[in-house]
Design a protein around this ligand. Structure first.
Ligand code: 13P
Length: 246
């Protein structure tokens, strides 16, 4: 299982991060990997502090080129040089606030893999799309568009984050999570011939709902926003993972 924290544009205190590092072995003993994705400017500092720890550091976005005239952007190679081992791509906040398309996410995913980063590609429907009965069609379209068929499934992670569940305190029902993760699982098998890609759930995951969500079939972990800023909450989510699930 992988529990990934997306700090978004927040900086948890170094004290909280220190506690996460100190308690990461407890999660590892349960077979749970921890990944913390801070804002770009903190990457190097946190990665240095995490050296020798089982906790890994990732980024929240990256460009599709290695270098060049792209003001304000950061390349996956630079992230790897800073100590990141993973990157989140196509988060719904990037798709809506920065108009990122499936095509762009696909280019970024290939570039991230070239740089040796594990790549977390996010998909998820909006509330209007769910109400219109289009959730499955939207997620299928995002999967096909955002995952080039030349992508190496070995370094790939998919995160299902229904947009209406992000930061709202609402979560999808375990039935809906199970059916969407099943759909993603079969989509990945068709597209990349892989049955082993971890599929994370994201959207208001908290200590109180983690054990239910992490026990659903085809849930390989969680992508956690708000609750990843507090070490106690982040660790409680990790420790709620069912024993023996990878
Ligand atoms: P919350 O856990 O705050 O709902 O955020 C989820 C998310 O967007 C993680 O990427």
């Amino acid at each position: 299982m992988l529990i990934a924290g997306n700090w978004k544009m927040n900086a948890a205190s170094m004290e909280e991060f220190g506690k996460m590092l100190a308690r990461a072995p407890e999660a590892a003993a349960k077979g749970v990997d921890l990944l913390v994705c801070p804002p770009f400017v903190l990457l190097h500092r946190l990665a240095e502090q995490a050296q020798g720890s089982v906790l890994e550091i990732g980024a929240q976005d990256s460009h599709y080129e290695d270098e060049g005239a792209f003001t304000g952007n950061v390349s996956p190679r630079m992230l790897a040089d800073s100590g990141a081992t993973a990157v989140i791509l196509g988060h719904s906040e990037r798709r809506s606030d920065h108009r990122e398309s499936d095509e762009l996410v696909a280019k970024k995913a290939l570039a991230a893999q070239r740089a040796g980063l594990r790549t977390i590609v996010c998909v998820g429907e909006s509330e209007e799309e769910r109400d219109a009965g289009e959730a499955e069609a939207v997620v299928t379209r995002q999967l096909i568009g955002s995952l080039p068929d030349t992508l190496d499934p070995a370094g790939l992670i998919v995160a299902y984050e229904p947009v209406w569940a992000i930061g709202t305190g609402r979560t999808a029902s375990t039935d809906d999570i199970g059916s969407m993760h099943g759909l993603i699982r079969s989509g990945l098998a068709r597209r990349l011939s892989s049955r082993a890609v971890p599929i994370l759930y994201g959207g208001s995951v908290k200590p109180a709902n983690a054990s239910q969500i992490l026990s659903v079939d085809n849930v390989g972990g969680a992508l956690v926003g708000g609750a990843s800023l507090k070490a106690d909450d982040f660790l409680a989510i990790a420790l709620a993972a069912p024993d023996g699930r990878r």
